[in-house]
Design a protein around this ligand. Structure first.
Ligand SMILES: [Zn+2]
Length: 374
């Protein structure tokens, strides 16, 4: 079955502002790298241009007053009252076209969901999506409209059993809280421990509520967690729970701010571990809606998502970067020594991160595993 790459050049038109860490040009950079490897053509690949989501679709999750504010801020001019919606200087700035941007990203994720639901693709990827922090009436963590929640809702409408897997360095809080009380969606988030990173939630004890108990899985990781520890968490916790839950479709948030050298987080993954992780997903997911997410070191983002897409479509991506793409990556700082911001949590010694993970795994096996008959 085909693989669908859902993308519109219009997505690259927007800009959060010159000082903002979320650089939309990372999408263009990734696209160019994929092109250089020849990954955007061929029989099994379909390129699909999305339409923006309509307001009534966003209302499935977001409140009307919030959407009114977002729509009014689309001009790029701030006005009083936006603060109550989490919009303003800092993480969630006002910028020109912010409502249009949000609708387009959500539309692309919904299109990816539709293609997979209708059996037109086994996997569909919207690298612009994965804006997992947005809340019903509040922007948060660079996210205004929660496209993962909207896709999951659309899949539930079609009668699918859905699992959501979030591998961003930050806790997938917006999606977790949206489905915290229900067993109709299993949410799993691996992330840097909330005591050391935004948004502060995602402790092991957050397991869901009422009928949802055991259907929110949190795997906090200590700063400095590397490929091996991460893969261990994935194999010992994520895969068994997913296998027991037996979803019809898995929605993933593939944030790559987990990588060594990311300016916003303190995990220590490399393309080696990431590649193995994505291969496991490809092997074990029946149908797959793949979304992007965080990632603030642009050349890491481009390389990681190119590798991911290569695996999704079953093509080899050689280590050697094509010459024309290399020039472009170098222009974006590839292979330059990067300084970490000093407000970041320092990377722990490996044995500290390992001990932390063992405690986490032990607790999840006690609280979550029995709910799933494990
Ligand atoms: Zn993140």
């Amino acid at each position: 079955m085909a693989s669908a790459f859902v993308f519109s050049q219009n997505m690259t038109r927007y800009d959060y502002g010159p000082w903002h860490p979320l650089r939309i040009e990372r999408l263009e950079l990734t696209l160019r790298l994929m092109e250089a490897y020849g990954l955007l053509g061929g029989q099994e690949v379909s390129m699909v241009a999305p339409q923006p989501a309509e307001r009534k679709t966003l209302e499935r999750f977001h409140s009307s007053p919030y959407l009114d504010a977002l729509q009014a801020a689309n001009t790029g001019k701030p006005f009083p009252g936006l603060e109550q919606f989490g919009i303003g200087p800092g993480d969630n700035p006002v910028f020109q076209g912010m409502y249009d941007w949000s609708c387009l990203v959500a539309g692309a994720s919904l299109e990816a969901g539709r293609l997979v639901a209708e059996g037109k693709a086994q996997v569909a990827f919207n690298m612009g999506g994965g804006l997992h922090h947005a809340r019903p009436a509040r922007a948060s963590g660079f996210c205004y409209v929660n496209d993962p929640v909207l896709v999951i809702l659309s899949l539930l409408d079609r009668g699918f059993k859905v699992a959501y897997l979030d591998i961003d360095a930050h806790h997938g809080d917006g999606v977790q809280w949206a489905f915290y009380d229900t067993d109709r969606v299993l949410t799993i988030s691996l992330h840097q421990d909330g005591r050391t990173l935004f948004p502060g939630t995602g402790a092991v004890e957050e397991v869901g509520r009422g009928p949802g108990t055991g259907f929110s899985v949190n795997i906090p990781l200590w700063p400095g967690t590397d490929d091996w520890l991460y893969l261990r968490a994935f194999e010992e916790v994520v895969l068994p729970i997913l296998e027991a839950y037996k979803p019809d479709v898995v929605v993933t948030q593939l944030g790559v701010d987990t990588f060594h050298g990311d300016p916003l987080a303190s995990l220590d993954l490399t393309t080696y571990g990431f590649e193995r992780l994505i291969q496991q997903m490809k092997k074990s997911f029946p149908r797959w809606v793949a979304l992007g997410g965080g990632g603030y070191e642009l050349t890491n983002v481009a390389r990681a998502w190119t590798i991911a897409w290569g695996i999704m479509i079953g093509r080899e991506v050689p280590d050697e970067i094509p010459q024309e793409a290399m020039e472009l990556l170098k222009a974006h700082g590839y292979a330059k020594d990067r300084l970490r911001d000093d407000y970041l949590w320092p990377l722990a010694r490996r044995d500290v991160a390992e001990e932390f993970l063992e405690t986490t795994i032990h607790r999840i096996k006690k609280t979550i595993f029995p709910v799933h008959g494990l």
